[in-house]
Design a binder for this molecule. Structure first.
Ligand code: 13P
Length: 246
């Protein structure tokens, strides 16, 4: 059994005044030692967040594939680590769409992060069109194939987040059988690709996870945790999700 990972994605939310909320989330998470908990915050908040919650996992939301150089506005894996992050999200659908990130770019980011020792949550997920055409599984597996690093199994851990785009921030959630089908397909693919190392990769579900639906989602086979957006901003919403994973 893999330990569950519940990670919050704060997206473009969070100012100095929210450090207290991060402290509350970190403090209250300690009541659930069977669950790994992390918060992925805006890059500019990483260092202050990491300093204020020692021992709690703080992550970034993106990373550049290069170690350093002429890349205005970007941060490297070494920089995130230096600021106190222990993981980062890559390939979120909001970046794939708005920043036109390709599978190849996401793969390079994931490889660079893992090589530097930074954990990775790699996001994949289909649009509503694709789901309605009945092509969700094949599309998501193709995205996975194109985005996965060539090798895993080093110190830094890879997790996959299945986030159907149409479920993000909408309150719509796939059915239990839709989630089960997709997670099982991803699990088989990781097994084929990486064998024993692939079996250690946690597969998170993301998209409108809330205190009210978390327990049902966590009970699905091959759901090894969640990537939570809106409901991760407040301890009052996020901690019940952590509790449901426990
Ligand atoms: P919501 O939980 O707000 O739907 O966001 C999900 C998400 O995109 C997490 O990365």
């Amino acid at each position: 059994m893999l330990r569950k990972l519940v990670a919050g994605n704060w997206k473009m939310h969070g100012l100095s005044g929210d450090l207290d909320e991060i402290r509350q989330i970190a403090d209250q998470s300690r009541a659930y030692p069977a669950v790994d908990v992390a918060l992925c915050v805006p890059a500019i908040l990483i260092e202050r967040a990491a300093r204020s919650v020692p021992g709690f996992a703080i992550g970034g939301q993106d990373v550049h594939y290069a170690e350093k150089g002429a890349h205005t506005g970007c941060e490297s894996a070494v920089m995130l680590l230096d600021a106190g992050a222990s993981l980062t999200i890559v390939g979120h659908s909001e970046r794939r769409e708005a920043q036109r990130e390709t599978d190849q770019l996401v793969k390079e980011k994931a490889q660079a992060a893992l090589a530097a020792g930074l954990g990775v949550i790699l996001c994949i997920g289909e649009s509503l069109d694709v789901r309605e055409q009945g092509a969700a599984v094949q599309t998501v597996l193709a995205q996975l194939d194109g985005s996965l690093p060539d090798s895993i199994g080093g110190e830094a851990e890879l997790a996959i987040a299945y986030e159907p785009i149409w479920a993000i921030g909408t309150g719509k959630v796939p059915t239990v059988s839709e989630i089960a089908e997709m997670h099982a397909a991803i699990r088989r693919r990781l097994d084929d690709r990486f064998g024993a190392d692939g079996r250690k990769v946690r597969i998170l579900y993301g998209g409108s996870v809330k205190p009210s639906n978390a327990a049902e989602i966590f009970s699905i086979a091959d759901v090894n945790g969640a990537l939570v957006g809106g409901a991760s901003l407040k301890a009052a919403d996020f901690i019940p999700i952590v509790a449901a994973a426990s």
